[in-house]
Ligand binder design. Sequence first.
Ligand code: ADP
Ligand code: MG
Length: 633
Amino acid sequence: MPIRALPTLLINQIAAGEVIERPASVVKECVENAIDAGASRIDIAIEVGGKELIRISDDGDGIPEDELELAIAPHATSKITQQDDLDAIATMGFRGEALASIASVSRMSIVSRPRDQQQAAVIEVEGEQVHPVRPAAGPPGTTVTVRNLFFNTPARRKFLRTDQTETGRIGDVVDQLALAHPAIAFRLRIDGRTTLDLPAEELPRRRAVAILGPELDQQLIELWTQDRGIDLWGLVGRPEIARSNAKHLRTFLNGRMINDRSLMHAVREAYRGLIEPSRYPTAVLFLQMDPGQVDVNVHPAKAEVRFRNQGSVHGMVLSAVRSVLREHDLTPGVQFSRDNDPASHLALPRMPTPEFGAGNVSSSSTGSDAQRTRDDDSSRFVEYFRQLNPTQKGFIYSEVKQALRTEMPELVDESDDAKSGDDSEPGSAESAREESLPSFRSANDVMQVHSSFLVTQDEQGLLIIDQHALHERVMFEKLKERLAAGPLESQRLLMPATVTVDRDQVDLLESLQPLLTRLGIEAEPIGPTSIAVHAFTSLLFSRKVEPEPFIKELFDKASGDGLADDSEAALHEVLDMMACKAAIKAGDRMSPDELQELLRYREKIERSSNCPHGRPTSLRLSIRDLEKQFGRS
Ligand code: ADP
Ligand code: MG
């Protein structure tokens, strides 16, 4: 076949295959254009899952009449003028192909009016056919209307999912964009009903809470830190609001949501041992860094990025999230009814089921003291977030901090970079520990219930503790601490213990030797299916853990799903197993001394709120909750 240049329409349709996958992609591209145009309010209306109609209106800069035709031409953009710009892209869009792509697979019209014009103009496109630009009526700003998406590419149209699914994806995209741009008002109308109506917010926290769900306000811990050339602001959820999917785990870079495996991993790693491994924490993190340090031009929809220094971004996020979690008392509160159980609420898809009304998302301002304190705290992020405007390149955090230092010195905390933003929160670990209450620590002040649970009090109210879960965490932390200093102390057995294993498991012994040595276990093969254990971990021994079943289980674990490959995770798994075996069981009666010791450890160790598997060790019933339940408030 002779070589031929492809017709423009076909070229655009091929490009559309990359950029415009589904209605939600149209919404994303057009909303990003509106953001780039400096809009302060963006209205989105869709019908029939966006398949019939998508309309995005903004009050931004508008497109001059004589540029309308150019706007829909491929590779026409107002956002890049030279090669250098490619290295430091700070606007949302830059390829100049979105409008051309959308126009090639739909019936599109753009009505636009620059602020300084008296009259709007409209351009209409239908596949190949471009109608001449003509005057139209319209307010300043731009309205892009996209009808019958994929009408001329039936194969793509067939590929679309149900209206409900496509609507859901659009809702998700709008959530992401609204999260990243709190200063812009957003409205979403689905088949004529307003499902989302977000006012412009000064405080990014309010926007995030409006999106994640107002009932989670108390469960979100604010984080603000600057390290390794990265500014990080975010909200991290208490372990109890972890979910079975990653929908509430979101990361943004320079104002754009990104899906970066290493960032996700860093956040999940920070929660390791605080939530069950199969669950995902709630966290929204906004990173701001020099655009030159990251390549955003690796993915057609710009959802993936490449960091120049991936390892340091990972490390920074991991340590920031880990330390803010460590600084807070994460003991969950007792939930009385399903209605106010945040976890059960989160199990439901939030967007955009029809019963989800606009009233649900308006940010709740209760006017309570707690609310006000957090708002005050948040106010120092206002400036910061103003700078998130992606059209401003190369935002430099230190300049903002310097400006704040002179204008609002009381808001600038110089003491600690990795500091959380809500110290004043009532449940913070500091306040709990500083005023530790020795008077509660007499034997009479803790009660063992049914040989399984402990009941005691702290300054906020009543604490109910799962003795096994807490002791498990204590053993785990003790083991970890000791291991950091060297191999665990080992005890020689008077008679070697013989463990019968499977044939192929004997071969595993050799590869497990380094691990066993660190754990203080000495073992050798003595037959095709037997292993002799000569020495065993002292701590396990003293807790009356038998060597045989323990070694057997260890081998089963190593040969079954295999121990997690990176060595810290493998160690975590084994320590976990040891801690579980060594811990006091439900049903074990505890002496007053043991009770006291366990409670002392609860104060001392890290992550005492959850056992190593991530289940809670304690629940709190606050005096306020009690008063409420007894109808006293
Ligand atoms: P890109 O955003 O990559 O430049 P697009 O095809 O999305 O490419 O848009 C082409 C051009 O049209 C933009 O560069 C911008 O100048 C203009 N444009 C698109 N949408 C809007 C809008 N909502 N307001 C103002 N200008 C717009
Ligand atoms: Mg664009």
